[in-house]
Write a protein that binds this ligand. Structure first.
Ligand code: NIG
Ligand code: FE
Length: 411
C-alpha cells in the first residue's frame, strides 16, 4: 500500500544514505524542504520532494500535512523499560533528603528493582513493559534500545531479555537489546565482586549469546559499582561472543571509563554528567558516540552533560531518555529535546539531530532509521500545526505530536 503526505510545511532531517551520524558544527544544520511531499510504499520511504513535483496520482491514500512538520521518529538509544513495578517510594525519600547513592547503599535502587523483578512473572513483566513501549511510541519514538540489568542472575537476566525480544516481535518499533548483567552487585555476591564478574563472563555472556538474546553488552562503570578492570574483563568477554559495548560511564565520577570504552571500540558511552579533558581527548577521532541523558540529570538533580564542550570540540552527541524506575521514569523524547536546549544549550537543530540520526547510530540502526532517506523505514512524526520546528523544544512540556507512522502504518 502507498500513502502520500502532501503540503508538508517543513520536512525535516533529509540525509543521504551514507550519513551515519553528524558531529560538531554539522549538528547545527538540520536539512529540510519547505512545502514538501513524501511517498510511503509499504514500510519504506519511497521518495519525497518539493510540492511542485508531487506525484498526486500515485495513490488515493493522501494525508494533508498543511502547516505541519514531518520528521523521522525519535531514536531512543538508551532505555531500561523492562522493569517490575516502580520506585516512587525512593523518589519521596530523595525529596526528604536522602541521596540516590544512600538509598542504593540501604538496599534500594537497582537491588530494589531486582527484588521486584524476581517476584514478577514473565507475563506480567511483558505487560508492564509493553505499556511503557506504547507510551514511548505515542510520544514519537520509533526505535529504541532496551537493557537488562534488573535480574542480576542468569535466569532473571534471560527473562528480561526474552521480554525485550518479544516486544520487538510484536511491535513495529525497532528494538535493540543489551545485556547489562554488570548493573549492580546482587545481594548474594555482596562481598564477592570478582566472583560475580567471573559469573558474568563465564556463564551469563555465553548463554545470552547462545540464545541470541542481546545485540550489545553494557557495564555500569562507576565508583561503588564496577571498576575499570571489571569493565575491561566484561567487555572483552562480550567481544568474544560478538557483543559490542554500550556502556554507562561518568554518571557520578570520571574514573577513566570513557578512554577505556573508546580503546575497546564501544559503540556508545552514555551519561557523561562528569566529563574531564582526558575523556574528550579520548573521544576525538573515534567511532564511539557520546550519549547524554538529560532526563536523568533533571530527575536526580545532578549536572547535565556538558554538550557544548562535546559539540564545540567537533564531536557528535546523541540524546536518549534512560527510561528506568530509579533515575529517569520517563520515556518522553520531546522533553529530552527541550531539556537539551534549555539546560545544555543545544540549539533545536542540534537537539533534533542528537535525538534522531545520532541516536540511530548509537544503537546500530542508522541504515534504517533516524532520517528522511529513500529506502529507510517510513517511521515518521506528523506534528500539530507549527510555525517552525523550534516550537518542539520551545513549547516545553507539551507534546506537539499529532500522528505517528511506524513502518508505513498510522499508529
Ligand atoms: O542509567 N546508572 C545506572 N543505571 C540506571 C539507573 C538504574 C536505577 O536506578 O534503576 C541509569 O541511570
Ligand atoms: Fe541507564
Amino acid at each position: 500500500m502507498k500513502t502520500l503526505l502532501i503540503n508538508i510545511h517543513q520536512l525535516l532531517q533529509i540525509r543521504e544514505p551514507e550519513v551515519s551520524f553528524v558531529a560538531g558544527g554539522e549538528m547545527r544544520d538540520l536539512p529540510l524542504i519547505q512545502n514538501a511531499w513524501l511517498l510511503i510504499d509499504k514500510d519504506q520511504i519511497a521518495d519525497f520532494g518539493p510540492m511542485e513535483t508531487a506525484p498526486l496520482n500515485a495513490t488515493k491514500n493522501i494525508i494533508d500535512c498543511t502547516d505541519r512538520v514531518v520528521m523521522p521518529t525519535y531514536c531512543d538509544s538508551h532505555t531500561h523499560i523492562v522493569y517490575a513495578g516502580e520506585r516512587v517510594d525512593e523518589f519521596v525519600q530523595r525529596l526528604e533528603g536522602k541521596s540516590y547513592q544512600e538509598i542504593a547503599a540501604l538496599g534500594g535502587g537497582i537491588l530494589n528493582s531486582a527484588a521486584r523483578l524476581d517476584k514478577t512473572s514473565e507475563k506480567q513483566l511483558y505487560e508492564q513493559a509493553a505499556q511503557r513501549l506504547e507510551l514511548c511510541a505515542y510520544q514519537g519514538t520509533g526505535a529504541l534500545e532496551i537493557k537488562s540489568g534488573y535480574g542480576l542472575n542468569l535466569e532473571a537476566e534471560l527473562k528480561m531479555l526474552r521480554v525485550a525480544k518479544r516486544l520487538s516481535e510484536k511491535y513495529p518499533v525497532a528494538i535493540k537489546t543489551t545485556f547489562l548483567g554488570a548493573h549492580a552487585l546482587p545481594e548474594l555476591y555482596k562481598n564477592q565482586k570478582d566472583e560475580y564478574v567471573q559469573q558474568i563472563c563465564k556463564e551469563m555472556i555465553p548463554e545470552v549469546a547462545a540464545q541470541k538474546l542481546a545485540d550489545y553488552i553494557d557495564v555500569f562503570c562507576e565508583e561503588g559499582y564496577f571498576d575499570l578492570e571489571d569493565t575491561e574483563k566484561i567487555l572483552s568477554a562480550g567481544a568474544r561472543f560478538g557483543l559490542k559495548g554500550k556502556i554507562h560511564v561518568n554518571q557520578f565520577n570520571a574514573i577513566g571509563g570513557v578512554a577505556l570504552g573508546v580503546a575497546m571500540e564501544v559503540l556508545s558511552v552514555d551519561h557523561l554528567e562528569e566529563l574531564i579533558e582526558e575523556d574528550l581527548i579520548a573521544l576525538e577521532n573515534s567511532q564511539t558516540m557520546p550519549v547524554a541523558l538529560p532526563g536523568c540529570s533533571l530527575f536526580l538533580d545532578i549536572p547535565f552533560t556538558p554538550a557544548r564542550a562535546i559539540i564545540d570540540r567537533g564531536l557528535p552527541l546523541a540524546l536518549a531518555t534512560d527510561f528506568n524506575p530509579g533515575s529517569a521514569p520517563s520515556g518522553n523524547m520531546n522533553l529530552v529535546v527541550s531539556l537539551a536546549c534549555m539546560r545544555m544549550k543545544m540549539t533545536p537543530a542540534e537537539a533534533l539531530n542528537a535525538a534522531t540520526i545520532n541516536g540511530a547510530y548509537a544503537m546500530g540502526l542508522e541504515a534504517t532509521h533516524g532520517s528522511i532517506t529513500k529506502g529507510k523505514k517510513a517511521s515518521l512524526i506528523i506534528t500539530d500545526p507549527l510555525k517552525d520546528f523550534s516550537h518542539l523544544p520551545y513549547d516545553f512540556g507539551q507534546n506537539h505530536i499529532d500522528q505517528v507512522i511506524l513502518n508505513g502504518r498510522l499508529l
